[in-house]
Design a protein around this ligand. Structure first.
Ligand code: NDP
Length: 367
């Protein structure tokens, strides 16, 4: 039988258990949780109150991250009656909330918008009792003693018997001095977010992977000319995305070129980029009014301590499925996966992490 309060006792924000059937109690919980599942608008809400419950309470599973991996882990853990606490971070829904059409998530033959997909994920785990902590990123995970202590950026502490790390990854930048200075003045790392601001402008997109192809194709909705700048002539992009971009008459190509500088006017508006041919070092000025950086991602693992084994980029190393180097802490999705990085693989890892955490909690007699 489901025990909704196992591990956390009486959570202050939840209604008291009424007399009557288990189903009646679950109905009440669903009504209570329904505002959390109230549509896309919740992603736009200002910071809300943090869940309140006695500091001595220990949750069974704390999940850090709210992309496909985090929400799927929460779905499995909550359906197992483990009442997970999910820290959504500053970008609830993760990377998919800044993408448009997702055509490769199974079950959506006509495609689905990224934000809508994540809203459905969230509704599904809310239905089974997942609790969410919004806009309170975790700054530290103390694994020196059990239960683990998670500290938010505002200093609140939460105790958990086990942790699932599902923080995902973020867009990488080229590292040019002017890149961050001109961010918002014509430099962007997200065409979906900023593309409409570049209506009728000519822009460059840097990169040769699927992100670059997708962003360039998307930008042709607004821009008469989009130039893909790539440092070699081999593209990591999948053939279908590359072909789609190749077939788009508004896209031009600059292969064997790197952006080494960004030009701007006295109002800091981008006016062009300096391209260098890595084969001979020759340079050329290239006129454009915007630059989109689409060169991959960096896993969000910097706040973790040295006890977590990572590769040279920062991806968590895992063994036997989703186990990290710290017993009782599991990883799911883009935090450990530089190879696939897909919503569906992240969701699969989220499922695996929840099952492994559940088995571990049972073996340790903690839940
Ligand atoms: P990738 O790692 O696949 O590609 C990064 C690209 O950026 C490469 O062409 C790389 O060049 C280039 N690059 C990296 N660093 C630099 C640099 N410093 N200067 C210039 N160029 C650089 O990342 P993506 O974000 O494109 O894709 C990641 C994953 O997400 C992939 O698995 C992809 O399939 C998936 N994805 C799927 C989408 C979809 O299905 N709708 C959309 C977007 C992504 P080089 O090859 O020379 O190293």
């Amino acid at each position: 039988m489901l025990e909704p309060h196992r591990g956390l006792g009486a959570v202050a924000v939840l209604p008291p258990r009424p007399a009557g059937t288990e189903e009646g109690f679950l109905d009440l919980r669903r009504q209570f949780l329904s505002p959390l599942a109230g549509g896309f608008a919740h992603f736009l809400r200002p910071p809300g109150p943090v869940l309140e419950y006695p500091a001595s309470m220990v949750v069974n599973i704390a999940i850090i991250g709210s992309g496909p991996a985090g929400y799927t882990a929460a779905l499995y853990a909550s359906r197992a009656g483990l009442e997970p606490l999910l820290f959504e971070g500053l970008q609830p829904g993760g990377q998919l909330t800044i993408t448009t059409e997702v055509e490769n998530y199974p079950g959506f033959p006509d495609g689905v918008q990224g934000p809508e997909l994540m809203d459905l994920f969230k509704k599904q785990c809310a239905r089974f009792g997942t609790r969410f902590v919004e806009f309170q990123p975790i700054a530290k995970v103390d694994t020196s003693s059990r239960p683990f202590t998670l500290t938010t950026t505002s200093g609140d502490e939460h105790k958990a018997h086990s942790v699932i790390l599902a923080m995902g990854a973020r867009a990488k930048l080229l590292g040019l001095e002017k890149e961050t200075e001109l961010m918002g003045y014509g430099v962007s790392a997200c065409a979906t977010c900023d593309g409409a601001l570049f209506k009728d402008r000519e822009v460059v997109v840097v990169g040769g992977g699927d992100t670059a192809m997708e962003e360039a194709t998307f930008l042709t909705r607004f821009c008469p000319k989009v130039t893909i700048v790539h440092r070699r002539d081999y593209f990591r992009a999948s053939p279908i995305m590359l072909e789609r971009a190749r077939a788009n008459a508004a896209i031009e190509w600059k292969e064997f070129r790197s952006v080494v500088d960004i030009q701007h006017d006295d109002k800091k508006q981008v006016t062009g980029v300096v391209l260098e041919d890595p084969r001979d070092g020759s340079k050329e000025d290239y006129s454009c009014q915007g630059m989109f950086v689409a060169i991959g991602h960096q896993p969000n693992t910097e706040f973790l301590g040295e006890e977590f084994d990572r590769d040279e980029v920062g991806y968590l190393k895992i063994e036997g499925g989703t186990r990290t180097s710290v017993e009782g802490v599991f990883a799911a999705g883009d935090v450990h996966d530089p190879a696939y990085r897909q919503a569906v693989t992240a969701a699969g890892y989220g499922c695996a992490a929840a099952l492994e955490a559940q088995r571990w909690l049972e073996a340790e007699d903690l839940a």
